[in-house]
Design a protein around this ligand. Structure first.
Ligand code: COA
Length: 658
């Protein structure tokens, strides 16, 4: 009697009207749709439905697979059928992810093994050396941050606040955000550029909450050359928009900008990923159903004028906000007419006549209050600030300063490496508990599951050279996370350069390693789950791609200040020997083998591979302190979780301003 069912489920036989389970399925569908509509109007808890279905559908060993599939199908249909009741919440999940809405179900199990994070006395000197280096780089990082926080300098701030009667950009954000839990992105961007210092690239970007909803902020800093957009500023704004798109985050623009920085127009106007892309993205994001709002809180000239005009809703501030394609000086030059900024494109004109702005605010404070009200009308479900239960790690995160490697070769020799990664993990995951995957295989890569402030995460951490077995294990694990819908955290510390093959068997090992790394690259690129990469040491060569480097589009990528980013580590390159050190044939042979690099090039390479150089060029989303990593990772996981509660726009068209 039961035999046709499993065959149908396995696709071996077409399911016909005579299949015995059909009437039962239809009956159940109808019965349960009515039941759900009656009983679970608010938010149907899917786990309850699942249990009820299980109890209702008869069990037979041969039918198990069919039952699972029909159960999945039925639940999906039920959720689709109920308007506005949770389908948007669950449709992105694969059928295996029956996620309960109850946060308690995500509590970290106390059964994961506890890591031993003690630093053995024999490695204490390495710990001390790392610690000294960490303190030095953190000191440098703090100095650079101080420099950035001063914006365009004291004179410019005075002009901005006293003469122009405007609030400083950080003050504006403070008024807008729910609280100061703001994840600033790439604050060092724009430092020491070939065209000079552009503190914070003249615009602050970051992620914070308004009315409980995580939003991306793009806020011009008019104290830096009138908030004009430099090439690095374009890159920073595009990255913020990319983050908003990938994570479906509402975007808030605070525009106070003189438009393009004219002397560098060729580097920010003509190309695909130049200034115009910001406006293109605004349209695409609107069509994707990602809301964008703007405050005109200063001059919005030329390019700067399009940002608020293309936003879905905008607010303009009286006597402070102006919006025009060409300012009064250009009007004077073209027509000889004297016109004030207010007359040409002030708040009253745009809210009463042109319609470029939707709300008039008498003061800055009123404008930010208005934006908060606008956000509350977006109908975005904030991720509940749940009381997620989580244990702190058993070891102090402060000790990560002694584990942040100064240099690959001196801190991670093979023996030590086996537990440096685990020691780092023991200071990142809840209760220092870690469910390791394939612990004894491919040990130069550590893979496994842990919780960070209650969020389950798959962890992939370098633990030596990414050799064949390690890369295979990495591919397997990444696919597991993809299949289970678990976000992946990559802790990257790649080897400076692979040693050249010295024999045929080594060359063979290299080919195998290449093949396995290619597989892992494919697995990483295609894993459709959120990814966070933290470079905790080296980001060298192709291994860094495999470990979800920038070109593999992790949702977020941060560096520790000790990190080094380069094709090869200059500290491991041989240099030209001093004259007289070697002689004759031996010298020739050694020079040939060593391919020496001149000292001048070495010092440039050294400088270019520092974390600060990387961060000022936006190769990452910012530097984070090792001891803050746990908090930042948890924040990112929470931000990415908001996507689950966003429904995809049923109308793929942008909002057009009328
Ligand atoms: N390109 C290059 N530099 C610019 C600039 C631009 N588009 N806009 C402003 N700056 C510079 C100014 O030269 C000044 O530099 P300085 O400090 O070295 O003297 C600095 O930014 C601040 O400008 P300032 O005019 O003193 O400040 P402000 O607060 O009084 O006015 C603006 C700010 C943006 C309203 C005003 O500078 C302006 O209208 N700029 C022209 C904007 C424009 O025409 N843009 C077209 C882009 S396509």
């Amino acid at each position: 009697m039961w035999s046709p069912a499993p065959l149908c489920a396995l696709g071996r036989r077409r399911r016909g009207p005579s299949a015995p389970l059909q009437p039962l399925t239809r009956l159940l569908q109808r019965e349960y749709r009515e039941k759900i509509q009656r009983e679970y109007r608010e938010r149907p808890p899917i786990h309850l439905l699942e249990r009820e279905y299980r109890e209702k559908i008869p069990i037979h060993p041969l039918q198990r697979e069919y039952r699972q599939k029909s159960l999945t199908r039925l639940l999906q249909r039920e959720y689709r059928a109920l308007p506005g009741q949770g389908w948007g919440r669950t449709q992105h999940l694969s059928p295996r992810c029956f996620v309960s809405n109850n946060p308690k179900s995500r509590r970290n199990p106390k059964t994961f093994p506890v890591l031993d994070g003690r630093v053995p006395a024999v490695y204490r000197h390495v710990f001390e050396e790392n610690l000294r280096n960490s303190e030095a780089v953190i000191q440098r990082y703090s100095e650079l941050l101080e420099r950035v926080k001063k914006g365009g300098g004291e004179k410019a701030i005075l002009r901005h606040t006293q003469r122009n009667k405007k609030l400083f950009v950080r003050e504006r954000l403070r008024l807008l955000l729910d609280h100061e839990d703001f994840l600033e992105l790439s604050p060092l961007a724009g430092l020491d550029m070939p065209y000079g210092d552009v503190p914070a690239a003249a615009c602050l970007t970051g992620i914070g909450r308004i009315c409980g909803v995580w939003c991306v902020f793009i806020a011009s800093d008019a104290t830096v050359k009138g908030g004009t957009i430099y090439p690095i500023g374009v890159k920073k704004q595009l990255r913020a928009q990319e983050i908003a798109m990938e994570n479906r985050l509402l975007s808030v623009h605070l525009v106070d900008s003189g438009g393009a920085f004219l002397p560098l127009q060729s580097e920010l106007f003509p190309d695909k990923l130049h200034g115009g892309r910001i406006f293109y993205n605004e349209a695409i994001m609107s069509a994707m159903g990602i809301p964008q709002v703007a405050v005109v809180c200063g001059s919005c000239v030329a390019g700067g004028a399009y940002v608020p005009t293309m936003a879905e809703e905008s607010v303009i501030i009286d006597k402070i906000g102006t919006l025009f394609l060409a300012g009064p000086p250009l009007v004077k030059a073209a027509t000889g007419e004297d016109v004030s900024p207010e007359e040409l494109g002030g708040a009253r004109l745009h809210s009463q006549v042109s319609g470029c702005s939707d709300h008039f605010a008498a003061s800055e404070e009123e404008a930010y209050e208005c934006i908060r009200n606008v956000v509350s009308t977006l109908n975005c479900d904030p991720v509940p600030e749940e009381d997620r239960e989580s244990d702190s790690p058993l070891y102090s995160p402060e000790e990560l300063l002694g584990l942040a490697p100064l240099d690959y070769s001196c801190t991670l020799p093979v023996k030590l490496s086996l537990y440096i990664s685990l020691q780092i993990l023991s200071r990142l995951v809840d209760g220092s508990r870690f469910q390791e995957f394939k612990a004894a295989y491919g040990t130069t890569l550590v893979t496994g599951f842990g919780h960070v402030e209650g969020h389950l995460v798959g962890i992939v951490a370098n633990n030596g050279e990414l050799v064949h077995d390690a890369a295979l294990k990495g591919s397997h694990f990444v696919q597991l996370c993809g299949q289970r819908g678990i976000p992946i955290l990559f802790l990257q510390n790649t080897a400076p350069q692979p040693a050249g093959p010295a024999s045929i068997s080594q060359a063979e090992a290299h080919s195998n390693r290449l093949k396995a790394q290619a597989s892992m690259m494919a697995a990483v690129a295609c894993a459709a789950v959120p990814k966070i990469t933290i470079v905790i040491g080296g980001c060298f060569g192709s291994d860094s791609y495999v470990m979800c480097g920038r070109s593999f589009s992790p949702n977020f990528l941060f560096l520790w200040p000790n990190a080094r980013v380069a094709l090869v580590d200059p500290r491991h390159l041989p240099t030209v020997p001093a004259a007289g050190d070697w002689a004759g044939e031996e010298l020739e042979l050694k020079q040939l083998k060593a391919k020496p690099v001149p000292f001048s090039a070495l010092s440039r390479l050294e400088e270019e591979s520092s974390a600060f150089y990387s961060s000022s060029r936006l190769w990452d989303d910012g530097i984070i302190l090792p001891q803050d990593s746990r908090k930042v990772i948890a924040q990112c996981l929470e931000i990415m979780e908001q996507k689950k509660s966003q429904s995809v726009s049923p109308h793929p068209h942008p909002i057009i301003r009328m």
